[in-house]
Design a protein around this ligand. Structure first.
Ligand code: AMP
Length: 401
């Protein structure tokens, strides 16, 4: 079966075409800057890379462009769109309604729409992507794979905030967690690599990219995660602040330059994190380079120190709530490539049974799985490259076949 995976954002549509069950990637790419000047298509397959400026007015035109290039005489990889057997959609928020992936029907669409309130930046474009795909590919089964689903096994004492309970009942205020597709993939793959049954595997997953979250996984199921009702709390991210004292917001509201709450929203989401601390970049590579060269860059170093401190903090917390841990697993752009981050966050933890092998840590190869702890380390430390699209393709295939 040919499965098309769609990740629809506010101004872009990413796609990946798979042959299942082999999980062979036939093509992947994106349409970006939808509705803006300079909108373009980037398409890759074993026929090579194709980049073109294309006028893409809206998401409908974006979806048409994707289906056109997939069947294009020169760059295409299938003869006709009728070959597409199912479409998998990344959907950010499934609220409490979905603890797994589902075949999309009207009820699912209504739910995704209902959760737009909880994820105003993400669910509306996800919904648009589904509707446009349904229109372009009528009758083709579509599957929603939710970013929140993996975390639906978190128990109430971990997902509830210490707020009046009515807020949960009335406004659905609780921790939901995100990056679930990545945490789910990494959890399953780690159990396979450890050769352990999933329901006997305890791990701490660290998805560290420009956005980042960690999850505590007990017996294969999520029991806590660092993001919350929104993707803002938890570890330090590229531009997001992670955990802060909520009273800071009210303090800032009293200052003239932050009297408008939108400015604080922008500050916490777009101007904080690594960028805010360092004042120079949200990119881990830039900061590592700045901190290492020319006698160092104190604020780049500070950004790294705060980033690593917060990771270690959560590793300790999750060791405590899990009791026994088989592995700490790193994934995402920073998790897969950042040997300094892995070394700093897992260093000096031999009292917890965690011992990094520095030669293995530094010797990891991009995109490759590996164990980077010493052979005597009670808790394994691993690198497992994430594959969110592959996970969506598998879930879609399983439900659609
Ligand atoms: P992602 O959002 O998963 O694409 O990850 C993006 C982050 O990964 C950025 O902060 C990059 O700086 C970081 N990254 C990519 N390559 C490396 C590397 N070799 N060392 C450290 N960080 C890296």
């Amino acid at each position: 079966m040919i499965v098309l995976v769609i990740n629809c954002g506010s101004s872009s549509i990413k796609y990946q075409l798979y042959k299942m069950p082999e999980k062979a990637v036939l093509a992947k790419g994106l349409v970006e800057k939808i509705g803006e000047s300079g909108s373009r298509l980037i398409h890759k397959s074993d026929k090579g890379k194709h980049e073109a400026e294309v006028a893409v007015r809206n998401h409908k035109a974006g979806m048409s462009e994707i289906l056109r290039i997939l069947t294009d005489a020169t760059h295409g990889v299938i003869e006709q769109i009728g070959e597409i057997g199912a479409v998998g959609h990344r959907v950010v928020h499934g609220g409490e309604a979905y603890s797994g992936s589902v075949l999309i029907d009207d009820k699912v669409l209504a739910c995704v729409e209902d959760f737009c309130d909880l994820a105003p930046l993400h669910n509306p474009p996800n919904l648009t992507g589904i509707r446009e795909a349904q229109e372009a590919l009528p009758g083709v089964p579509m599957v929603a794979v939710f970013d929140t689903a993996f975390h639906q096994t978190i128990p109430p004492h971990a997902y509830l905030y210490a707020l009046p309970h009515e807020l949960y009942e009335k406004y659905r205020v609780r921790k939901y967690g995100f990056h679930g597709t990545s945490h789910a993939f990494v959890t399953h793959r780690t159990a396979e690599l450890l050769g352990k049954p999933l329901d006997q595997t305890n791990i701490i997953t660290c998805h560290l990219g420009n956005g980042g979250s960690m999850a505590a996984v007990k017996n294969g199921k999520g029991i806590d995660t660092t993001m919350g009702m929104t993707p803002l709390p938890g570890v330090v991210m590229g531009t997001r602040c992670g955990d802060i004292d909520p009273a800071i917001i009210f303090y800032l509201l009293g200052k003239d330059e932050f009297a408008d709450p939108k400015k604080i929203d922008n500050l916490l989401n777009k101007k904080s994190g690594l960028l805010g601390i360092s004042g120079v970049s949200n990119d881990m590579r830039d900061l590592e380079e700045l901190a290492a060269n020319n006698g160092g860059h104190p604020r780049a170093q500070l950004a790294l120190d705060i980033f690593n401190y917060r990771l270690k903090f959560y590793i300790g917390a999750y060791m405590a709530i899990l009791g026994q841990v088989d592995a700490i697993v790193f994934t995402g752009g920073i998790g897969e490539n950042g040997s300094h981050v892995r070394s700093a966050s897992c260093g000096n933890l031999s009292a917890f049974g965690i011992e990094i092998d520095e030669a293995k840590n530094k010797g990891t190869i991009r995109g490759k799985e590996g164990i980077i702890s010493t052979s005597g380390s009670k808790v394994k430390v691993m690198v497992v490259p994430t594959d969110e699209e592959g996970w969506i393709a598998t879930e879609t295939y399983e439900l659609a076949k």
